[in-house]
Design a protein around this ligand. Structure first.
Ligand SMILES: NC(=O)c1ccc[n+]([C@@H]2O[C@H](COP(=O)([O-])OP(=O)(O)OC[C@H]3O[C@@H](n4cnc5c(N)ncnc54)[C@H](O)[C@@H]3O)[C@@H](O)[C@H]2O)c1
Length: 269
């Protein structure tokens, strides 16, 4: 089902209209990104569990098939950008769904839709990681390594021994490492497709429930901004998935009002 595009305005001068997929389009950063791109005159195929052009559960193999089939049907001429925002909170969910959605659902979204980017003049893909990746147990964490091996059964088995939040940190670090590993290779840079990640700090979205908001704000001190807005992330995602960032490849960019810099200091680049 195609969305009503009558509200779309023409893209700004010099910028051709592009077709994007945004996962997690029904809420938070995905919603703000969809609104921004549509306001700029682009077409967005939203993907979410409900309230989207393609409704599917990215935790499951069947849902990921539904994603690939549904998007291919809606975009027979292909895509220009894929933006993977869909994710679950680590503090409100068990480790297994966090692993399935935040790592395997995110990577599947990018990999399954990659063939549709082949015909674009400036194809790009972006995934949302998190500043929480800085707190992952270690780079030898078995859950992280099972994710990077692409072994979902092993990762889910390991998840039984993790709290949701601990798993969240590990799989967000795995997402960032996956981007670093894959972006310069044949499938992505070799196919002219820019692949990058944004690692947000604390952003005021429905994911951060009112009862934990104060605790999260105390932990994620963001000297430049305080808590971020989903619109701040949308601007970065739209830029990285757009035609104006063609030299950016394999980067994990912290959008966090200075949290990472204050934490790690001047030499951590
Ligand atoms: N809010 C923050 O402070 C923060 C910080 C760092 C990273 N993130 C990450 O940013 C991304 C966007 O989060 P948000 O804050 O906008 O949250 P949100 O809860 O507002 O939006 C997440 C969206 O993902 C969708 N989703 C969840 N599980 C899904 C599934 N199985 N299949 C399809 N869709 C599914 C939800 O329905 C929802 O619409 C997530 O990956 C999250 O981990 C959030």
């Amino acid at each position: 089902m195609l969305g009503d595009m009558s509200h779309m305005t023409p893209p700004s001068a010099g910028q051709a209209a592009r077709t994007y997929v945004v996962t997690g389009s029904a809420s938070g950063m995905g919603r703000a990104t969809t609104q921004l791109l549509e306001a700029e005159g682009h077409r967005v195929i939203g993907v979410d569990r409900a309230g989207a052009s393609v409704e599917c559960d990215l935790a499951t193999a069947a849902g990921r098939d539904r994603l690939a089939d549904g998007v291919a049907e809606l975009a027979p001429d292909g895509l220009d950008g894929v933006i993977a925002c869909a994710g679950l909170s680590g503090s409100a969910n068990a480790a297994e769904p966090v692993v399935r959605v935040n790592y395997f659902g995110a990577v599947a979204s990018l990999e399954r839709l990659r063939p549709l980017l082949a015909g674009s003049a400036a194809p790009a893909a972006v995934v949302v990681a998190s500043c929480a990746l800085l707190e992952a147990e270690s780079d030898d964490d078995p859950l992280l390594l099972a994710c990077l091996d692409g072994d979902e059964a092993a990762a889910v088995a390991l998840a039984a021994g993790y709290e949701g939040l601990t798993a969240y940190r590990s799989v967000k670090r795995a997402v960032a490492r996956w981007v670093r590993r894959e972006a310069p290779g044949a499938s992505w840079a070799g196919a002219r497709i820019a692949l990058n990640a944004i690692a947000p700090g604390f952003i005021d979205t429905p994911m951060v429930r009112p009862e934990i908001r104060e605790q999260v704000a105390e932990k994620f001190v963001q000297p430049l901004s305080g808590p971020g807005r989903p619109e701040d992330i949308a601007a970065g995602l739209a830029w990285l998935a757009g035609p104006g960032s063609r030299l950016v490849c394999g980067q994990v960019i912290f959008f966090d009002g200075g949290y990472e810099c204050a934490l790690r200091g001047e030499l951590a680049i």
